[in-house]
Every structure is written in structure tokens, then in C-alpha cells.
Design a protein around this ligand. Structure first.
Ligand code: HMG
Ligand code: MG
Length: 305
């Protein structure tokens, strides 16, 4: 069942940088996207069109989108939680938009200020308009393996949202462990539910590494044949509405594991480490990635802590 090739979506510029307490220069965001593409990433989540009152870090969304040099064959995606977000995003020509729901009512309220049912009502016209404009639509299901407010989350709760997303025309479903509490069998159970409604090609795993379980979860999903995962360069990130959540699994760590398994990604690890070094230097700290740190140390770099 193990795939021979895996697609990694780098969500660092969005999921990572949305969580930085200090402002990150727009030019640095643009340069990071470029470096990721240079390293071989073919899917990059660039920014989000959300309320700047909620997430000021993404307020330069349109400027970032306008500043990146588009490389053919690369899919540049953005988050759009409602029609206002989509309307702002459309002129920036995203290749894909992402609506983001949650498996729990509590997280839905805290993150997007509405219930699960209301979120689906809001997403429906966004999905329809994006598809009418020829833009691919992905969805994320947050808190699929645990919720900072509710606690445990059942596979039934995950499937409930997955089913609704499918019904409104979402084309791809990402199962997200927002707070990184999931373990391999729980990850498999949630993915299994997504696979009841979406094809294998249209399901992905989005694992935060808060409890150090992300690589194990990815490996467990690989055993099911899953071949699309989100990851974040240098392990950047967290979620402003999930206290204590650390970044997604670091892209370098996933690439190192996949290289070792003989699974193709098209990503050049050394160039990816260059991208990690670039953004880490700009943020004034070392990458969280174990592989990134090891490879930078081998280059003789004195790491900041
Ligand atoms: P709301 O306050 O309920 O929205 O927020 P509203 O429709 O009542 O509007 C209130 C104000 O916001 C109005 O402005 C709107 O114009 C403005 P005012 O009249 O007061 O000046 N507004 C917007 N401005 C810019 N862009 C928009 C937009 N929409 C309304 N799109 C809303 C609802 C969804 C907008 C808000 O809750 C929000 O922005 N939430 C974003 C939360 C967020 O970005 N979270 C992080 C991303 S999700 C994530 O990280 C999880 C993920 O990685 C997967 C995982 O790990 O779980 C994807
Ligand atoms: Mg996330």
C-alpha cells in the first residue's frame, strides 16, 4: 500500500507565519515562497484572506500574492473563510482556495466565530463561486484528532463534517490535527472516515507536531496509501486560536523520512534547508526541525536557540 510518490504542500508561509508574534516583512514572505518553489515544492499555501482584526499577520495577503513570481506547474493556495475573503482573493489569482471548518463546535466558534452548520452555509457559496471561476477547492477539518476546548474528538464527529463538505462541492479534504495530540491509529481512523467520502487522491493529512507524533502519524497514513501531506518549512507555526499548538511537522523532517523510504517527492533537501535557514534567520531563531538543525550543524552553522 505504500505510495511510490508523495506530494507535500508547504503551509509554512500561511500556517507558520500567521502565528508569529513579531511582524514578518512582506518581502521576506515573498522570498520564502520563492525559495520553497526553488527547492521543488509544487504546492504552497501562501496566505489567508481572513479578517486582519483576527489575524493581523496575514493583512498583507494581496501584496504577497502580487509579489510572488508564478512558476508554471506550481499550485499557490490561499485560505478564504467566507465570500468577503474569496472576493478579496479572486483578483490575486489563487490556483486553489481553502475553506476551513472544524470537527468540534467549540473550535468552530473560536476560530471562525460560527457553528459548524453556519460554517457550511457560509462555505457553500464560496465553493460554488470558486469552482465557477475554475479554482480548485480544498477544505481543512480542524481538530480532527483532538480539540483544545472539547478534548477528545470521535471519528463520527470528523465524518459528519467531511460529509457536509463533500455535499457542498469541496474537492479535496485535509484532515488536521490542529493541536498535535493524535497518535497513529487515531490518525488512521480519521483518514478512513474521510476516504468514505473523498478519493485517495483528494485526502491529505495535516499534522502539527506538538507532541512529537507527526512523523509516526504520517507513516501510519502512508501505510494506508495516503500520498498528500501538509508540512511547514522549519516547523514554523501553530494556530492563534489553539493555545500551545506548535507548528506543523517540519517539511525537512518529512522529506528526510520519505527519502529514506525511497519515496519520491521532487524536493531537494539541501535547498529546502536553505529556505529554512533563510526564514529562521529572519525570525532570529533556529529551525524547530530536527533534520534542519542537524543539516545546518553539519554545514558548520552556529545555531541560535
Ligand atoms: P466575524 O467577525 O464573525 O465576521 O469573523 P463578520 O462577517 O461579522 O465581519 C466582521 C468584520 O470582519 C467586518 O469588518 C468584516 O468586513 C470583516 P468591520 O465592518 O467590523 O470593519 N471581515 C473580513 N475582513 C477581511 N477578510 C475577510 C473578512 N470577513 C469579515 N475574509 C471570520 C469571521 C471568519 C472573518 C473571522 O473569524 C476570521 O477571520 N477568522 C480567521 C481565523 C483564522 O485565520 N484562523 C487561522 C487559520 S485556520 C488554521 O490555522 C487551521 C488549519 O491550519 C488546519 C488546522 O491545523 O487545524 C487550516
Ligand atoms: Mg494548521
Amino acid at each position: 500500500m505504500m505510495p511510490s510518490r508523495v506530494t507535500l504542500v508547504d503551509v509554512g508561509p500561511r500556517d507558520g507565519l500567521q502565528n508569529e508574534p513579531q511582524p514578518v516583512a512582506t518581502a521576506d514572505k515573498i522570498a520564502l515562497v520563492q525559495r520553497l518553489v526553488d527547492a521543488g515544492l509544487r504546492e504552497v499555501e501562501v496566505t489567508s484572506f481572513v479578517s486582519p482584526k483576527w489575524v493581523p499577520q496575514m493583512a498583507d495577503n494581496a501584496v504577497v500574492m502580487a509579489g510572488i513570481r508564478r512558476v508554471p506547474g506550481v499550485r499557490y493556495s490561499v485560505l478564504t473563510p467566507n465570500m468577503k475573503g474569496l472576493e478579496a482573493a479572486l483578483p490575486t489569482r489563487p490556483d486553489e482556495i481553502v475553506v476551513f471548518g472544524a470537527a468540534t463546535e467549540a473550535f468552530s466558534q473560536r476560530n471562525i466565530n460560527c457553528s459548524i452548520a453556519e460554517s457550511i452555509e457560509r462555505f457553500a457559496p464560496v465553493v460554488a463561486a470558486a469552482r465557477a471561476a475554475g479554482i480548485k477547492v480544498r477544505a481543512a477539518v480542524s481538530c480532527a484528532l483532538g480539540c483544545p476546548y472539547q478534548g477528545d474528538v470521535s471519528a463520527d464527529e470528523v465524518e459528519h463534517v467531511v460529509r457536509l463538505l463533500k455535499q457542498i462541492g469541496v474537492q479535496h479534504c485535509g484532515i488536521a490535527d490542529t493541536i498535535g495530540v493524535g497518535t497513529p491509529h487515531r490518525a488512521q481512523a480519521a483518514i478512513e472516515r474521510a476516504l468514505k467520502h473523498f478519493a485517495l487522491d483528494e485526502v491529505s493529512g495535516h499534522f502539527h507536531d506538538t507532541y512529537g507524533q507527526a512523523l509516526a502519524n504520517i507513516y501510519a497514513c502512508l501505510q494506508m496509501g495516503l500520498h498528500t501531506f501538509d508540512a511547514s518549512v522549519a516547523g514554523l507555526g501553530g494556530c492563534p486560536y489553539a493555545k500551545g499548538a506548535t507548528g506543523n511537522v517540519a517539511t525537512e523532517d518529512v522529506v528526510f523520512m520519505l527519502d529514506g523510504l525511497g519515496i519520491e517527492t521532487g524536493i531537494h533537501l539541501d535547498r529546502l534547508v536553505d529556505a529554512a535557514e533563510f526564514i529562521s534567520d529572519r525570525l532570529g531563531r533556529a529551525p524547530v526541525s530536527r533534520v534542519g538543525r542537524a543539516l545546518l550543524a553539519r554545514r558548520g552553522k552556529a545555531l541560535l536557540t
